[in-house]
Design a protein around this ligand. Structure first.
Ligand code: NAD
Length: 492
C-alpha cells in the first residue's frame, strides 16, 4: 500500500443555519466542532439547530409554500435550471468541499458533480407533471385528477451523500411545489449549507429551502412536528425505526432510503479483471467503503475463487491511500475518529471469531497520516455469509470474499441478508445475467459494471434497505399527492 499526504487550503462556508434568508448562529443546539478527517485538525464550528430553530424553520417554510406552489410550473422549472447552472459554475468549489468534508479523493474533471445532472433532470419535470381525465359518465360528468404538492417536506440526509444526496431529495420536492426544511448530518454540513446559499442566489424565494444542520435532537423535533407534511429520510435502518415511531404521532408519510450490504456475484465466465477493478474501485477506494450501495460482499464461483482472491489481494496492495488532495490518491480517510475505532473493532472481532481469513489490511495507518482517520483497505477471504462481517454494514474499507458452488447458491447467498439495496453481477452469459437479476432482492442491479446512478433511473431499496424511490419520475411522484375532482356537468 502506498501512503501519501499533503497540505490543503480552502475557504469554507460559514457554519450558520439558513432559515428564510436569515443566517442563525448561537442556535439552541449549541455548536459542533467539525474536524478534517484527513488530518484530525479543526475544520469549522457548526451551529446546531435546537427546538426553537426547527419551529422557526417549519413556520418559515409553511409561509413560503403558498407562493411557491402558486408559481407557474415553468417558473419553478426555470429557477431550478438557474440553480443547476450556478452549481455547475461552482463545480471546483463543491469538489473541494467534498474532499475536505468527506475525505474522498479530489475529482478535478468537469462532470464529476452528479448533483447538477440531478437538478437539471428534475427541473425538466417542472412543466410536465399533469393529471388525467377519468372515464365516469362521459358527457355528463367530468372527472379529473390534479397532482398537488404535500406542503412542507422534512428532508434528512446522511453525512456521506454530499450535495448529490441533497439534490436527489430537495429538487423533486421543490419541482412539485413543496417547500423544504433540510436537516443535513452535523458531520458534513458544509456542502448542504453552501447549496442553501446558492438556492437564494439562483432566485428561489427565501423560505422555500431552509438548511439546519443538527443532530438527533433536531431530527426528532423536525420529524415529529405537526407542520411537516412528508418526511424523506436517508440514513441507517436503526434511525429509520425511530423516525417511523416519531412520525406515527401525526401519521406523517415517510420515504426511507436506507443501508445495504450488496452482493456482487462473479461467475467464472465473467471478466475477472474488470470485476476485480470495479469491486476495489467502489468498495474500497473512492469513498473508503462508506456508501450504502457499495458492493462489499464479493461472491466468487468456486472454480475461479483462488485466482480472484489472489488478484484482489495484489490489487489492494497497490491502492494509493492518502491525503485526498494529492494527485494519484485513490482512497482517503473515514469520516471520524469514532468511525475509525468502530471499523477497527469490527475487523478485530471478525478476525478473532473467524468470520473469515484476514488476507490484507486491518490496521490503522500511521506515519504521516496518523493524525487523520485512516484505515488500511482490508480484505477477508472465505467469509461465512452468516457472520456479522457479511451481514452488517461496516461503512469502512472492508471487503468480504465469499465462495459459491453454482447459480442457485449464489442467489441464495446474495439474498441472504436483511438488506436489499443493490446487486452487481459479472458474467458473459446474457441469459444468466437476466435470470439472476430477476431473482435478486434488490432495488437496482448492475450487470458487468457499477451503475453510475443516472438521474433518470429510479434508486431505492427493498427489505430493510427502505421503500420509496429517488431519481426518475418515481422520485418526483414521491412528493405529489393526487386529488380527484368530480364535476356533475348536467347539474352545473
Ligand atoms: P444516521 O441514520 O445515523 O443519520 C441520518 C440522519 O438522521 C442524520 O441527519 C441524523 O442526524 C438524523 N437522525 C439521527 N437520529 C435521528 C432521530 N432519532 N430522529 C430524526 N433524525 C435522526 O445515518 P448516517 O450515519 O448519517 O449515514 C449512514 C447511513 O446512511 C448508512 O446506513 C447508509 O447505508 C445510509 N445511506 C443510505 C443511502 C440510500 O440512498 N439508500 C444513501 C446514503 C447513506
Amino acid at each position: 500500500m502506498v501512503v501519501r499526504s499533503g497540505p490543503s487550503e480552502f475557504e469554507l462556508p460559514k457554519g450558520a443555519l439558513l432559515i428564510g434568508d436569515t443566517r442563525v448562529t448561537n442556535a439552541e443546539g449549541g455548536y459542533y466542532e467539525q474536524l478534517d478527517p484527513s488530518t484530525g485538525g479543526f475544520l469549522a464550528s457548526i451551529s446546531m439547530a435546537g427546538n426553537a430553530e426547527i419551529e422557526f424553520a417549519v413556520e418559515t417554510a409553511r409561509d413560503a409554500q403558498q407562493e411557491w406552489r402558486s408559481l407557474a410550473p415553468a417558473q419553478r422549472r426555470d429557477v431550478l435550471f438557474e440553480l443547476a447552472d450556478l452549481l455547475d459554475s461552482r463545480h471546483e468549489e463543491f469538489s473541494l468541499l467534498r474532499s475536505l468534508e468527506l475525505g474522498s479523493p479530489l475529482k478535478k474533471e468537469k462532470g464529476a458533480n452528479l448533483a447538477v445532472e440531478y437538478i437539471r433532470y428534475f427541473a425538466g419535470w417542472g412543466d410536465k407533471i399533469g393529471g388525467a381525465t377519468i372515464p365516469v359518465f362521459p358527457g355528463k360528468v367530468l372527472d379529473y385528477t390534479v397532482p398537488e404538492p404535500y406542503g412542507t417536506v422534512a428532508a434528512l440526509t446522511p453525512w456521506n451523500g454530499g450535495v448529490v444526496s441533497v439534490a436527489m431529495k430537495v429538487i423533486p420536492a421543490l419541482v412539485a411545489g413543496n417547500t423544504v426544511v433540510l436537516k443535513p448530518s452535523e458531520l458534513a454540513p458544509l456542502a448542504p449549507l453552501r447549496f442553501g446559499e446558492l438556492c437564494l442566489e439562483a432566485g428561489i424565494p427565501p423560505g422555500v429551502v431552509n438548511v439546519l444542520p443538527g443532530g438527533v435532537e433536531a431530527g426528532r423535533a423536525l420529524v415529529s412536528h405537526s407542520g411537516i407534511d412528508k418526511i424523506s429520510f436517508t440514513g441507517s435502518a436503526a434511525t429509520a425505526r425511530q423516525i417511523l415511531s416519531q412520525a406515527a404521532t401525526n401519521l406523517t408519510p415517510v420515504v426511507l432510503e436506507l443501508g445495504g450490504k450488496s452482493g456482487n456475484l462473479l461467475f467464472a465466465d465473467g471478466d475477472l479483471d474488470s470485476a476485480v477493478s470495479t469491486t476495489i474501485g467502489t468498495a474500497l477506494a473512492g469513498m473508503s467503503g462508506q456508501g450504502c450501495v457499495l458492493p462489499t460482499r464479493l461472491l466468487i464461483e468456486d472454480s475461479v475463487y483462488e485466482a480472484v482472491e489472489e488478484r484482489v489481494v495484489e490489487a489492494v496492495s497497490s491502492l494509493v491511500v492518502g491525503n485526498p488532495f494529492q494527485e494519484g490518491v485513490q482512497a482517503g480517510p473515514v469520516i471520524t475518529e469514532e468511525a475509525c475505532q468502530r471499523i477497527l473493532a469490527v475487523v478485530e472481532s471478525a478476525d478473532r471469531e473467524h468470520h473469515g481469513t484476514l488476507l490484507t489490511g486491518g490496521q490503522r495507518i500511521g506515519g504521516s497520516l496518523s493524525g487523520g482517520f485512516f484505515v488500511e483497505p482490508t480484505v477477508f477471504g472465505e467469509v461465512d455469509n452468516s457472520s456479522a462481517l457479511a451481514q452488517e454494514e461496516i461503512f469502512g474499507p472492508v471487503l468480504s470474499l465469499i465462495r459459491f458452488r453454482d447459480e442457485e447458491e449464489a442467489i441464495e447467498l446474495a439474498n441472504g441478508t436483511r438488506y436489499g439495496l443493490g446487486g452487481l453481477l459479472f458474467t458473459r452469459d446474457l441469459a444468466r445475467a437476466h435470470r439472476v437479476s430477476h431473482r435478486l432482492d434488490a432495488g437496482s442491479i448492475g450487470i458487468n459494471s457499477f451503475p453510475p446512478m443516472p438521474p433518470a433511473a429510479p434508486f431505492g431499496g427493498v427489505k430493510e434497505s427502505g421503500y420509496g424511490r429517488e431519481g426518475g419520475l418515481a422520485g418526483v411522484e414521491e412528493f405529489i399527492r393526487i386529488k380527484n375532482v368530480y364535476v356533475d356537468i348536467d347539474r352545473s
